[in-house]
Design a protein around this ligand. Structure first.
Ligand SMILES: [Zn+2]
Length: 140
């Protein structure tokens, strides 16, 4: 796992101007339900988007699905996405709202996936539209 994270961080270092930290974030594994509850709260009953992973700034932790497979490229892409958030935090970038961190993370995941010759793990077009909308921080 550490080797994979370092490899992904090196890739990100080559494709962004971020300073790459020497240390790695913590990793914790959660069930799909737990990830969803973490993101939306357990009482949230409206339609939930599937949560693949979460990065917590305050805990410097990436929460991955228990089914995360180190050797699966799609899963690696999901980890790459969360590592972008780790770099955003480490480089102390200031975002107007949490959602504003997402376009860069999705764009880098897309570029990485193309290089790997695999499908984008986040290719749902409706999801993308929603994301771009939220990234404008409409409720801020
Ligand atoms: Zn994200």
């Amino acid at each position: 796992m550490e080797q994979l994270m370092f490899a992904l961080l090196i890739w990100l270092g080559a494709h962004t101007s971020y300073v790459i930290p020497n240390g790695l974030p913590f990793i914790e594994y959660k069930s799909a339900q737990e990830l969803s509850d973490m993101k939306y709260g357990s009482n949230y009953s409206e339609r939930r988007l599937e949560v693949s992973a979460i990065f917590s700034d305050s805990k410097k932790t990436i929460y991955l699905n228990k089914k995360f497979d180190l050797n699966n490229k799609i899963d690696q892409g999901i980890l790459l996405h969360e590592l972008v958030h780790y770099l955003q935090m480490y480089n102390a970038l200031d975002f107007k709202c949490v959602e504003a961190r997402e376009p860069e993370a999705y764009q880098l995941t897309h570029a990485w996936s193309q290089e790997q010759g695999i499908g984008d793990p986040f290719q749902d077009p409706i999801f993308k539209l929603l994301l771009l909308q939220l990234a404008k921080c409409p409720n801020f």
